[in-house]
Design a protein around this ligand. Structure first.
Ligand SMILES: Cc1cc2nc3c(=O)[nH]c(=O)nc-3n(C[C@H](O)[C@H](O)[C@H](O)COP(=O)(O)OP(=O)(O)OC[C@H]3O[C@@H](n4cnc5c(N)ncnc54)[C@H](O)[C@@H]3O)c2cc1C
Length: 400
């Protein structure tokens, strides 16, 4: 089960080499460029520079299982690469493997027609534009997507879109050109056939960026999470994805891989936090001893290793099942890992913060920002409770 193909092994080695040569040495520069940028929503120069290098090195669009567009790796193979990219905040975008573009590219590759692919998938695959996914609404509990109220109304050869969305990640950046919007085309249809997904160019008249939302005070520029008002936005009828009433079908296809990518990256974040914790514990002295000599800290380090290994094995199992028996049969494992991986990483990062003392919550290490990012994963793509409920439902069903 755990044997990687030669192709994946080669990519793993090349990716590690690239990270050592270009990503880690440029993290400070990246941070500086983001903080000092005149326009906070413009692309970051060092990312744009490294994107060209990554493309030339063939480390590009690694996430797409379809070899026509991407690297043609299985979920299990990609998991190993995703963990490596997850170690650095800037890495996924450099390799054109960052959310929500990956999910959107997969959606257009799987469900888009030829014209939609030519217009939007090609520039996304080339890393020339970015995109957002606009489902969540401030006025309704969006963890239950049947609540989504945004109206998508057919008028002759157009659709008219009206609604307020928020947490549209990636919409703020100046290169973000396209949104996949989920809304209701037929409120009277069967519960899961009311929704549709439609492509909305972000420069359409009536698309209003209301504000960037903050995560524990971080604006995540230049990516950003936007609150957007869609006000009588008109798009050609040909912008509909797959067909009216098929929004849930697309959401299901889209979220399996998307969820697991987040988990894989999260394992990488946790690994890096443990590494930082060990280095700090070996270097710092208090009360005449190295921090690494204190029993409580040794236990925190050991527990972190135990928990990372468990979460990685479950992630790989879920990825392997997606490859071998399909996303539907693997849905319990996907739900389990969606809860396990972020919770595990939060615990590990929290311990690493503690060992760093005041530095741990400051801007001097990556830990505070990583904690804030990972915390959102207990909400994004569905809150923990919804996934736990799915796990319980499948478990109970066996004993009815
Ligand atoms: C940083 C970040 C990025 C995001 N990016 C995107 C994006 O790009 N596109 C997008 O459309 N959305 C995005 N989201 C939104 C995210 O998917 C939603 O916040 C999430 O689905 C929850 O919806 P809600 O906020 O409406 O919470 P609600 O649905 O109001 O739920 C609130 C709480 O109710 C509880 N709850 C809900 N259901 C159950 C249940 N079955 N059992 C027990 N308790 C329950 C949970 O505690 C839950 O957290 C993002 C969110 C964040 C924080």
């Amino acid at each position: 089960m755990f044997e990687l193909s030669d192709k994946a092994k080669k990519l793993q080695a090349e990716l590690t080499e690239f990270m050592d040569a270009y990503i880690y040495p440029n993290e400070e520069k990246h941070h500086h460029q983001v903080e000092e940028a005149e326009d906070r929503w413009a692309p970051v120069p060092i990312i744009e520079e490294l994107k060209q290098k990554a493309k030339a090195a063939g480390l590009w669009n690694l996430f797409l299982p379809d070899s026509e567009f991407g690297a043609g790796l299985s979920n299990f193979e990609y998991a190993h690469l995703c963990e490596i990219m997850g170690r650095s905040e800037m890495a996924p975008e450099v390799f054109n493997c960052s959310a929500p573009d990956t999910g959107n590219m997969e959606t257009i590759a799987r469900y888009g027609n030829k014209e939609q692919q030519d217009q939007w998938l090609k520039p996304l695959l080339a890393g020339e534009i970015r995109s957002c996914f606009s489902m969540t609404e401030p006025d309704v509990a969006s963890s239950d997507a049947t609540n989504i109220a945004c109206e998508i109304r057919r008028e002759r050869d157009e659709y008219v879109i009206n609604g307020r969305k928020w947490w549209s990640s990636g919409a703020m950046t100046t290169t973000s050109k396209i949104a996949i919007v989920m809304g209701k085309t037929d409120p009277n249809a069967e519960k899961h056939k009311q929704q549709s997904m439609i492509l909305v160019p972000l420069d359409s008249p009536g698309v209003k960026m209301i504000r960037p939302l903050h995560v524990f005070g971080y604006d995540h520029a230049p990516h950003g999470h936007a609150e957007i008002q869609y006000d009588n936005v008109r798009v050609p009828a040909s912008n509909m994805l797959l067909g009216e009433g098929r929004g849930f079908e697309i959401a299901q296809g889209r979220l399996g891989p998307g969820r697991i990518h987040h988990c894989m990256r999260t394992i990488g974040v946790a690994e890096r936090a443990l590494e930082a914790m060990c280095k700090r514990a070996n270097a710092r002295e208090a009360f005449g001893r190295k921090l690494s000599d204190f029993d409580s800290i040794r236990k925190d380090i050991a527990r972190s290793r135990l928990e990372i290994e468990q979460a990685r094995l479950l992630t790989l199992k879920a990825a392997h099942m997606m490859d071998t028996v399909g996303n539907k049969v693997a849905r319990q494992e996907i739900a389990m890992i969606k809860v396990v991986a972020p919770s595990m990483a939060l615990k590990v990062i929290d311990r690493a913060i503690q060992v760093h003392g005041g530095a741990g919550v400051s801007q001097d290490t990556f830990l505070a920002s990583a904690w804030a990012k990972v915390r959102t994963l207990r909400l994004a793509d569905g809150p923990d409770e919804v996934h736990l409920d799915s796990v319980a439902k499948m478990e109970l069903r066996q004993y009815r």
